[in-house]
Design a protein around this ligand. Sequence first.
Ligand code: SAH
Length: 346
Amino acid sequence: MTFSSVVEKFSRNLPLTGEDFLFLLTGLTGAEEARLYALARETALAQFGNRIFIRGLIEISNICKNDCYYCGIRKSNSNLTRYRLTREQILSCCEAGYPLGFRTFVLQGGEDGAFTDDWLCSLLKEIKSRFSDCAVTLSLGERSRESYQKLKQAGADRYLLREETADFAHYQKLHPRCMSPRRRQDCLFTLKELGYQTGGGFMVGSPGQGPEHLVRDFLFLQTLQPQMVGIGPFLPHKDTPFGDCPPGTAAQTVRCVAILRLLLPKANLPATTALASLDPNGRQKAVLAGANVVMPNLSPGEVRDHYSLYDHKAHSGAEAAEGLRLLQKQMEEIGYTLCVDRGDSR
Ligand code: SAH
């Protein structure tokens, strides 16, 4: 196998094998690696130009019934001030974001039982009636098909649900027994079937992960063909069982972004906050490797620290408007610009 034979498969839209992905992750020379990033960047430029889509992230609750070993808002973490935004608070976040140019709002939270279908549907209808030119993305974990369907009918456009790791054995090492990787993957196929723009994704460098596990994610995403993929490095949170584990690396994360861009040329790929938390230039590096989305935080200032998935989460400490100006400056430095656009999947 050679680098050019794998690149050839990408360009002819042929499926890659596990060996192909493993080679990209572990077998490239320095020069080939640079070529990989350049190809990924060119692919993104051909699809999106130098425009970066922005999504306003609203962290609506840190209450969660799950106990994922890596996550700071896991049920067993008693060292956390729990909060849930009210409907009015969420709508105020949207009101603040709209004039700044946000045309997508991402409602993300733990699996909080208070988010009934009725409550969410009513909220979705209100957001869509006040901001009719905006898209709404949900990221609220696993729900039933019926629930996903109702939320879709009420106006949700997109859903983010990372598979976390597509390797079932590795998944079981990151989650308690009662959580099922098959159920999570089934949710993703259901979301796609229901017509959501669907986002999968995984953590890079989670405890016990090797390249062979990442290969499973690429193969899974090649089958799923999601419209979005979010990836970021694993970062330890002190109040979790993995609090002393080493973080993933920025280099491996950026490499995965580049591979994903070549695998899914049209997909919306964010340069994630986790990557920016690990490396101050992480967002720029990801964009230069093919990412085309950033997700600035629109949550009320007083809750941002409580939505602590991992330690040392990056935030400018600034108001949304100021944060956005800094981000725009970072993007301009590398020849890109933020745009006012829903940024739907193409
Ligand atoms: N409850 C929702 C949202 C989860 S938080 C859901 O189940 O999808 C969003 C993402 O943060 C998760 O999918 C996970 O990949 C990531 N995350 C959680 N803990 C993390 C950690 N310690 N380091 C890096 N990413 C983490």
